[in-house]
Design a binder for this molecule. Sequence first.
Ligand code: ATP
Length: 281
Amino acid sequence: MREMDGKSAGLRVDGLRVGYRGTPLLAGVEFSVRPGEVVAILGPNGVGKSTVLKTILGFLRPLGGKAYWVGKDGDTLPPLRVAGYVPQQAEVAFGYTALDYVLMGRTPHLGLFSAPGARDVELARAALRRVGVEHLAARGVSSLSGGEFRRVLVARALARVPELLVLDEPEAHLDVRQRLEVLALLRELADRERLAVLFTTHAPEAALGFADRAVLFFSDGTTEAVSLPAGLTEGRLERLYGVPFVRLELPPSGKDGVPFVPVPVFPSTFRQGAHRDRGVK
Ligand SMILES: Nc1ncnc2c1ncn2[C@@H]1O[C@H](COP(=O)(O)OP(=O)(O)OP(=O)(O)O)[C@@H](O)[C@H]1O
């Protein structure tokens, strides 16, 4: 891999400050995602995870710092130029088939006023095939299950033939098996096709099972990038969510097995509603 100013190819996020109307939510966001790597962002509701993704992609202006893509040949580009994006919420377009919907992912490659051609259709079909739902090509997107629609959204991002895949809570609202399959697909896209993959999640076990590193966004506005599995300690998770965690050690299951899972412990004070009385007396 060629280096530029000592920097590997991939996404670089340098001292990013994000927020709205000049008021920062998070500062000093610093991490990288190289081709073939999966990086997970973890943090409580409302801390700014989606805001960071949108800022990296250029939909929002940074309050400070920058995010850029270093290409294989050393060129620096805005990340949006090389990215496929799977938003947290996507409009289900009534009247569109899954194939039409995935074809929308080709839009940045089409000339002004030009319709998708045979190659666009082939790339869209290939994207549906890669996520295992080519058989749904002719189905209306509004008739798809949550899990099927998630895969179609990933296919729409892949139809751009991206080098970077950015996903906002890709496994939200899915059952355990579907979550596993979507996360395994992300790992496979990184391992087999050398995509750089960045995703947000509320599940520490999703990061532990499938990511190389995690970036933690704390509610005090600070952030920390940690290696996995070692960096996802009970102490850091408690600081992240304000809930104690215990470590469940797992039996060795081969060299790639996850050695432990952090489990949240819901304190009895919450069960009894005591937290609502805190500070009242
Ligand atoms: N357009 C906007 N203008 C002003 N504030 C906004 C805007 N969009 C989001 N926010 C606020 O910024 C904060 C961070 O929102 P964001 O969606 O980035 O959080 P998140 O970490 O992705 O949350 P969740 O886990 O609930 O999806 C929230 O308080 C939200 O209300």
